[in-house]
Write a protein that binds this ligand. Sequence first.
Ligand SMILES: [Ca+2]
Ligand SMILES: [Ca+2]
Length: 130
Amino acid sequence: MASQRRKGCLIYPGRPGAARVSVLLGDGKGGFDAPQHFAAGETASVLTSGDFNNDGRVDLAVVNFGSATVSVLAGNGRGQFAPAIHFGAAGAPRAVVAADFNNDGKVDLAVANRDSDTISIMINDFIAHQ
Ligand SMILES: [Ca+2]
Ligand SMILES: [Ca+2]
């Protein structure tokens, strides 16, 4: 696992209507560095974190209200994230949580969809290539 020099970080979706997430790395003294921005889908609105590719590093999952997608950004453990991979949602996703819903050791996602009044369970089928 990557070393953690930072004491924490703050991650938030971009301003309303933005297609990005912003990451502020903690400086270890109660403050944060300047935000770094990473592209997501249209109207990125809510996010969660988890290790979605089982590499021991924290990744992000962001629901994009405007594009009806969920973006997953793989983290490198040093505050940087790979370009987003987008997955379709069931229309106007508004919330997301991460947990291992099928108890297979891989973190899955549950997405609340406003327009369809449904919850989508996205089972993680990532297979690591070694
Ligand atoms: Ca990861
Ligand atoms: Ca799982």
